[in-house]
Each structure stands twice: as C-alpha cells, then as structure tokens.
Write a protein that binds this ligand. Structure first.
Ligand SMILES: Nc1ncnc2c1ncn2[C@@H]1O[C@H](COP(=O)(O)OP(=O)(O)OP(=O)(O)O)[C@@H](O)[C@H]1O
Length: 633
C-alpha cells in the first residue's frame, strides 16, 4: 500500500472536522482525486477525536470499498459501521421494530406522497382525457394508483419491447423523429395520442419507481423517530456519506432527519458521475439541495491516472456545465489507445499481449455499457481459454434469460439430465412466468422442496426431486399450455415452435420486467433472443453440455482472472488496464440522452490507472464523433 500525501486541500478538511462551522461539509471533486480515501482519513480522525461515525453509501460495492480501504490504510482501527442506506434501514428496523420491513410499500411517507401522487395523478388525468364518453373514468385514489402501476408495467412490456416504434425508443428523439414515430404508428394502427399517453405513463412510472422502489430506506421514512433513537443509542454524532452524487430524494430525507437529530455530516461525490438520470427525477441533485447550508471543499488533483487522460475527461464533461476540471497529479502517463478491429468483442489479443509481458490478468478490467451485453465478450474469452470474473452480476449462462432457455431445453430434451443447482434455478425461473398461473404459495412450496439450507445457512439443492417437480408442473399448467410445452415441442422441430412457445409462456415480459431501466430491459431481451436462437440451432442437449462446461470452468479458482463489469458496477473502482470493447453499444454523439451518455463514458474511462484501450470497428467509429472531439484518435 502506497504512502498517502496530504496537501492543503486535505488539511482544510481535517481542520474543519476539528472545528466545524457548519452542520455539514461537502466535497465535490472529480474521479480519482481521493474522495473515498479522504473520507477514510476523516473517519480515522473522527475516531481519534473520540467519535464513532456512521458511514453511509449508495451501493454495496461503495460500502465494501470503504471498509477495504479503511482496513488497508488504517489496520489498527476497529471496522467502521458502514452501510448502504437500505442496509442501515434494515438494521434499524430489526433493532427497534422487531421486523425486517415495515408495512406494504404502497403506503408512502407523507414527505414523499405528494411527489409520487403528482406524477401518477397527472397520468390518470391524461388517460381520462383520452377516453371516449362511454368509457369508465379512473378515480384518483390509492387503489387506482396501484392498479395503474401494474398496467404501466404491462403496457411497457407489451408495447415498448415487442413492437416498433416502442422498441426503438432508445434511438428516437421525440421532437426530431416525430415523423418516423407517426409513420410507424399509422403502420401499426395506433393513435399518436396513445403513444404520448403511454410515454407519460412511462415517465410517471419511472418517477414512482425512483422514489419508491420498495426499498427499506423508503420504508424507514415512515417512522423517522427511530432514526434519532438509533443514533442516540449508538452514540453517533457524525455521518460520513460516500457517493453523494447518487443520493436519491429518499436518502436525502433520511440525512435531513439525521441533521434534525443534531448529527453532523461530511459527504463526498462527483456530480459528473451521476449516472441515474434515467430514473425520472433529472432535476434532483443532492449537491444542490445541501450546497447553501454546507461548508464547500474541493480536491483538485487525480492520483489515479496521468496525462493526457485528465484533459480528455475534462473535454468530455465540459458540456455538462460544471466548471470543475479533471486534473492529474500522477507522475505517469495514461494515454488512451484506440484499436480499430473487426470484432469489437474480441479482447483476446490484448490480454495475451498483457500476459506475455509478464503482467497479471487480475490488473485488467473489461467494461461493458450494460451487464446484459457481456455475452460476446464472455464467448471470446471462453474460446481463448482466458479466465474471467463477472463483477456485480452473474455470467450470462447463469442469468435469468439463460435459465429460462435452460428450462425450455429441459422440457424439450429427450433425456433430461439434471446437472447442478442451475437446473433448479432454471425451473424456478420458469414457473414465475405469469402464463403458468401458479400461485405465490405454490411457487414458494416448490422453492422449499427444492432448496433448503444447511446449518451455516448455505443453500442445499435437491436435484433428485427436480424431475418430479417438472411432472407436478405439468399437472398445474393450463391444458393448452401443457399441450404446447410437453406435446408439441416433442413433435415439431425445435426452432419452429420455440418462438411460439416463448410467446405462449409469456416469457418476454418476465425477462424485461426484472430490468431496472428500459435500456437494460432491451439488452436483456436481446440476450434472451440470442440464446433462444442458439437453443434452436444447437439443440437442448448440446447447449446444456456447453453451458455446463462453461459453469465448471467459471467456478475454477484462478488468480489470473480478468474482471468483466458494467460501467455502473465499476463506479468507485480502478484497474491498471481498462479495456472498453464494443463501442457500438455506446451512443457517443449528441442526441436525446447525451448528458447521461457523457457521464457513463466519463465513469468508464476514469477507472484506468495506466492503460486504457478502446476497441472499435469502422461503423462504431463513424458513429462516435466524440472520440475525436475529446482527443481519442
Ligand atoms: N492523499 C492521497 N495520497 C496518495 N494517493 C492517494 C491519495 N488519495 C487517493 N489516493 C489514491 O488515488 C486513487 C483514487 O483514490 P479514490 O478511489 O479515493 O478516489 P475517488 O475520488 O474516490 O475516485 P472515484 O470518484 O473514481 O470513486 C487510489 O489509488 C488512492 O489510493
């Protein structure tokens, strides 16, 4: 572990911790400037001053990074009380209310009810306005809101992901492409008004989800008095907040309750790393909310990467409107290398060169725009025999889309063989499809039969029971479905009936609904489609064998493993060599969502310490004018 240097900017922060003149301090600084490291040092100082600060983060990986840094820089300190906002809320509940959650999530705290109702009622008004006179109006009550929420989820899937123009939303700018939308709507026989209505719903739903994702932090606001009770009990006077740019309104309310209880706060973040704009509350900025009442601090130099990456990052985020530049302090260079390739997913040659020069693959990370877009990369690595580790998600052949394919393959297979726990997971994934009409209770009974836990609470899978479970399932599903699944599939060539089977079993909504964003849902559906095609081509037995081999290889321990991660999961992390393949998955040009894309790209490129390699084909280069503008050639 290298020595830490403390300059005048750090000293100002440490001094303030001794004599705080405001209830809160805010450090807004760019990537790699040592925000987390400084927060860890602040933690140590406060402990030395006799406090036991509470540490709050937005993500699990943020919390883990804080704890790890603390342990490596200051091993003498006791482990910090560090939680995500949700984790903190759950702990408080179990401590003071004897339950892990509060009442149903649709009962909202008053402080947020207005915001949510505003969005939903607006949507109801638009819907009512669009109905003809003899149609029933939707009343403005909480039950209707719940029903509406459901409706929007269904509409979102059936409209946005199955049919154009909704399947093109990501690419369509409403103003510019009005004509295309109109054209497509006429073709589909849908009214333009319905499209607008649906879009409003979509916004309302995302807004609702952003505020009330059913998380524990949200529930905690219903009983704010237990927050102060907890802080008092633990003797906490300071709260340290990492990843402040990700702070949602819900978290912000929790911090306000803490402040009202007399707690001081030091928060760190980078407003250019706010990549959650899609959630609907674009206007919310935790920095803006706290700016006026907080002592402002800055850290102006990045320790992580060298020139010219700092200048490139500055040019990239300049149009976002914040005056803070990215400046490097590092003595080494970090010069991005653009490799023109035919296959954007093939990182093999780069990694082989890296290994040949005596370096460890564990120093490298491959970052993809969406986790569900990792399949081509994983395929290339598998083919080349290079070990990898997925960060923050499972490898593609263990994700829900693959599990569903696996279960379909199982149904179609002539000699079903149960391989391992993923077969159980595949079965459970399949029966959750709305088309099977299996009750929650039945699903949970299946779950209990198939998975129990040992004395250490580790899951025990009962593989021998799985064929019976399929037999029971046969008796549970509606007859036409049984016919489809168990008779037809055996008599029709697989590729011909697969698509139909997927539709009949309503599997697409199942896949799409679990995605957090429309963009992620598209990537997930694309993955599902690719896997279904593979299943049709390869056949269930061969595919099961291939995935089994992949699972075995993935589970083998190997120190030399390259990390594969989505940009979101890579936040707060760093690697000596970062590889950005598949530039065609990015939209590196001005357009509807360009600010969000700039932030994502900024997070991605600033994870590199010494080497940054980008892989692009001729087409994605032509479609990425930003690269040249910011100085990556
Ligand atoms: N005061 C310091 N002296 C020396 N090295 C430092 C110092 N502060 C941070 N570093 C090093 O710089 C790198 C980036 O630090 P850190 O992760 O804390 O930055 P950050 O601002 O939180 O980054 P990000 O915004 O990307 O999460 C780490 O390798 C860390 O060890």
């Amino acid at each position: 572990m290298h020595e830490l240097e403390w300059g005048s900017e750090h000293q100002a922060i440490f001094k303030w911790l001794e004599h705080p003149d405001h209830p809160s301090g805010l450090i807004c600084a760019r990537a790699g400037t040592g925000k987390t490291t400084t927060l860890v040092a602040a933690y140590r100082q406060l402990r030395n001053q006799g406090h036991s600060p509470l540490v709050l983060t937005f993500s699990n990986s943020g919390r883990d990074t804080f704890i790890k840094r603390c342990r490596s820089h200051y091993p003498e300190l006791p482990p910090p009380q560090a939680y995500t906002f949700d984790g903190y809320a759950l702990r408080v509940f179990s401590q003071y209310s004897g339950r892990s959650r509060l009442r149903p999530r649709r009962l909202r705290p008053d402080s947020l009810a207005n915001l949510i109702d505003l969005a939903m009622n607006e949507a109801i008004d638009i819907l009512n306005g669009s109905l003809s006179e003899d149609e029933l109006r939707i009343p403005r009550d909480s039950q209707s809101l719940a029903v509406l929420h459901q409706f929007i989820d269904n509409a979102k899937v059936s409209l946005s992901f199955n049919y154009p123009p909704f399947s093109l939303w990501g690419e369509l700018d409403e103003e510019e492409d009005e004509y295309d939308v109109d054209d497509a709507l006429i073709h589909l026989g849908l009214s333009h008004q319905r499209y607008r209505l649906f879009k409003r719903y979509e916004n309302a739903r995302e807004r609702l989800e952003f505020l009330a994702p059913g998380d524990a932090a949200f529930d905690l606001l219903r009983e704010p008095e237990i927050i102060s009770k907890d802080l008092k009990q633990l003797g906490i006077q300071w709260v340290l907040v990492d990843e402040f740019h990700d702070t949602k309104p819900v978290h912000e309310q929790i911090l306000r309750h803490m402040q009202a209880a007399g707690i001081r706060m030091l928060a760190v973040g980078d407003d250019a790393q706010d990549i959650y704009e899609w959630r609907g509350l674009t206007a919310f900025s935790a920095f803006k909310a706290w700016e006026a009442q907080s002592a402002p601090f800055g850290l102006s130099r990045s320790f992580r990467f060298g020139r010219p990456l700092d200048q490139i990052a500055t040019r990239l985020i300049k149009p976002l409107g914040s005056p803070i530049e990215v400046r490097s302090k590092a003595s080494h260079y970090t010069r991005p290398k653009l490799r023109k390739v035919v296959l954007e997913a093939d990182t093999t040659a780069i990694l082989e060169d890296w290994q040949a020069s005596g370096r460890n693959l564990g120093e490298c990370a491959i970052l993809v725009r969406e986790a569900d877009a990792s399949k081509p990369i994983e395929d290339a690595l598998f083919k080349a025999g290079i070990s990898y580790r997925m960060e923050g998600s499972r490898p593609y052949f263990l994700r829900q889309a693959a599990l569903l394919c696996q279960a379909l393959g199982y149904l179609a297979s002539s000699k079903p063989i149960v391989h391992d726990s993923s077969d159980v997971d595949a079965f459970l994934a399949l029966i959750q499809s709305p088309a099977w009409e299996i009750s929650e209770e039945q699903i949970s009974n299946f779950q209990k039969e198939l998975i129990s836990v040992d004395y250490e609470n580790k899951p025990l899978y009962r593989l021998d029971w799985l064929p019976d479970a399929y037999a029971i399932l046969k008796g549970l599903i509606p007859a036409p479905m049984a016919h489809l699944a168990f008779v037809r599939i055996k008599t029709t060539p697989l590729p011909l009936c697969l698509e139909e089977l997927v539709d009949q079993l309503n599997l697409k909504p199942l896949v799409a609904l679990s995605a957090p964003t429309a963009r992620a849902a598209k990537a997930r559906l694309q993955l599902f489609k690719t896997l279904i095609t593979e299943l049709g081509k390869t056949g269930p037995d061969a595919l099961a064998k291939d995935w089994f081999k992949r699972r075995q290889r993935y589970q083998q321990f190997n120190k030399q493993r390259v990390v594969v991660s989505s940009v979101q999961q890579a936040k707060g992390r760093e690697w000596v060599h970062v590889i950005l393949p598949q530039l065609s998955d990015w939209v590196l040009r001005e357009g509807a969502d360009s600010a969000n894309e700039r932030r994502h790209f900024y997070v991605a490129i600033t994870r590199a310490q010494e080497y940054l390699t980008l892989l692009a084909n001729a087409q994605s280069l032509a479609q990425s004018p930003w690269l040249e503008e910011i100085g990556i050639k």
